[in-house]
Design a protein around this ligand. Sequence first.
Ligand code: HEC
Length: 108
Amino acid sequence: MRYTKTPLAVSLLALVWLPVSAMAQDPAEAGRALLQQACASCHAIGKTGESPRTGAPPLRGLSRSYDLDQFPRRLQAGLVSGHPDMPEFKFNEADAHAAGVYLRSIQE
Ligand code: HEC
């Protein structure tokens, strides 16, 4: 019985996963998952690898152009960097923090 109940609980959690994930998990892991969902279609989000989208810089180089202490605040305010075809992102506080922790962990 426990085995059949667990997947249901997991899928219910998934419905509210944005706020829950960043608080419940290790922040770096939650941040990785968020960026995987929101950014990885264009940007490389790992420590290695090329960006899928030409011209989108790998996020591991972010600290060269941005102050990573400020970056989570930008994610919360709504990330706009002149991306031509990028949807606007607004992260809640916990998610912005998690993304910041992860981004810090991959900087080269
Ligand atoms: C649809 C593709 C796409 C998505 C999705 C996307 N980006 Fe970008 N991003 C780009 C492109 C292309 C550029 C480079 C050209 C530009 O700045 O407009 C860029 C540039 C950037 C820059 C500026 C880099 C620099 O060194 O100046 C930042 C910061 C950035 N993206 C962050 C993000 C983050 C964080 C996410 C996820 C929340 C994200 N992007 C999602 C396409 C995308």
